[in-house]
Design a protein around this ligand. Structure first.
Ligand code: SAH
Length: 392
């Protein structure tokens, strides 16, 4: 079982130069000829002089026409090939995830599975399929995932808008086992519930796991957790803080947050249903002060077109947060927008610091957890910024 190579695609000279950077995508505009392959198939990739460059998923419907699988033109893309990649992905997580039983097991191109995300919550897996090539291999990939993890159930959460770009429809369905409702997972010293009937993302924001656990070491006095979701940061802070105020505008998330606080035996987390922008302004007016503020907003810039508005949004919340901090207070500020580069984010924070009238220094410059690996040849795989700042 697996994929036969079904056709050849020749790319342009420009395409070859791009390929030589190591980037795993080749764009539609850089194709010269596509000799008979059907979309979703594995094809051989050729240079204009006939040299074979490797093998890739092909999709005529996508702007990303080729997603490289291997630079070896002869390698068999069969069950063993995919089993090898699963084995490597699982072994990597075993080495680097020591503080939780929930993590991202497969991170698309960065793990050699172009267009596949697999998140693990204890013995439940959640698949997100984002390319046609992967969609066509799904039964095999589910089987291998179960084999390598011993998972009890696999959910297919295939409703990302990105699927449209590949000509795929949106759907959610059970791919293996019995439909799970919820599961309890651990994160550092804390536990939390993942409720699949009301979850955001695939259940949790796994990319922040290391940052959440690390943030606990800064917690004392009064802590403000803004954009709290189900309370990941609040739970890490509550052990050493006197009081944690969590702000979130989703009722469902707040209910989970309360449940998670109780699960960990914390009575010092106060959850507030509010719009973060309004509440931050109000708190500033009321003269509230905190020792630690965490800002973990949703992606304000989902595309380049939204960047201007996004910068204003980031500047606004960071400015307010800086004013809410005591001297030598800590601000943990995040952006998960790929388009908001680290450079732009730092520039936006500089503006916030000037606007707030607060001098601020950078203590740590962090990124996504290591189970969301950053492939040097695939800049799109690095998207999360998590900066730890101190007010002076
Ligand atoms: N810090 C969380 C993840 C936050 S994701 C964690 O580590 O798990 C962003 C959260 O912000 C989502 O839960 C979303 O419901 C909430 N949100 C989005 N816009 C908001 C707004 N304007 N005010 C308050 N919360 C908001």
């Amino acid at each position: 079982m697996g994929h036969e190579v079904k056709g050849e695609v020749t790319i342009t000279h420009k395409g070859v130069r791009w390929y030589e950077t190591g980037h795993p995508w080749i764009y539609k505009d850089d194709l010269k000829t596509a000799d008979g392959p059907s979309s979703g198939a594995v094809v051989r990739v050729k240079a204009p002089d006939g040299q074979l460059l490797g093998q890739a998923f092909y999709n005529a419907a996508s702007k990303i026409a080729l997603r490289m699988l291997t630079q070896d033109p002869q390698e068999q893309i069969d069950r063993d090939f995919w089993a090898g990649r699963f084995e490597a992905a699982v072994a990597y997580r075993k080495r680097i995830v020591t503080d939780s039983n929930a993590c991202r097991l497969v991170f698309s191109e960065a793990d050699g599975f172009p267009g596949l995300i697999v998140d693990r919550y204890a013995d439940i897996l959640v698949f997100q399929v984002l390319s046609l090539g992967i969609e066509q291999l799904l039964p095999l990939l589910v089987e291998l995932a179960v084999e390598f993890t011993g998972a009890k159930a696999v959910l297919g959460w295939n409703d990302s808008p990105v699927r449209k770009l590949e000509g795929l429809s949106a759907e959610r369905k059970l791919l293996f086992g019995e439909e799970p409702k919820r599961v309890e997972v651990t994160e550092g010293k804390r536990r939390y519930i993942v409720d699949f009937s009301r979850a955001q993302k695939t259940g949790a924001y796994l990319d922040q796991r290391e940052n959440r656990i690390h943030s606990g070491s800064f917690a004392k006095g009064r802590v403000l957790d803004v954009f709290a979701y189900q309370g990941g940061f609040s739970l890490q802070a509550a052990g050493t803080a006197q009081e944690v105020v969590a702000i979130e505008d989703s009722e469902q998330a707040l209910n989970l947050l309360q449940e998670n606080a109780a699960l960990n035996g914390f009575k010092n987390i106060r959850a507030e249903k509010a719009n973060a922008f309004d509440r931050l302004r109000e708190m500033e007016k009321q003269g509230e002060q905190f020792d630690l503020v965490i800002l973990d907003p949703p992606a304000f810039a989902k595309s380049k077109a939204e960047l201007q508005g996004a910068k204003r949004g980031y500047r606004e919340i960071n400015l307010r947060a800086m004013r809410l901090l005591k001297p030598e207070g800590i601000l943990i500020t995040c952006s998960c927008s790929y388009n908001m580069t680290e450079e732009l984010f730092l520039e936006t924070l500089r503006q916030a610091s000037v606007g707030a009238g607060r001098a601020v220094r950078l203590l740590e410059n962090r990124t996504q957890s290591k189970d969301h690996p950053i492939l040097l040849t695939h800049p799109e795989s690095k998207y999360l910024k998590c900066l730890i700042l101190e007010t002076i």
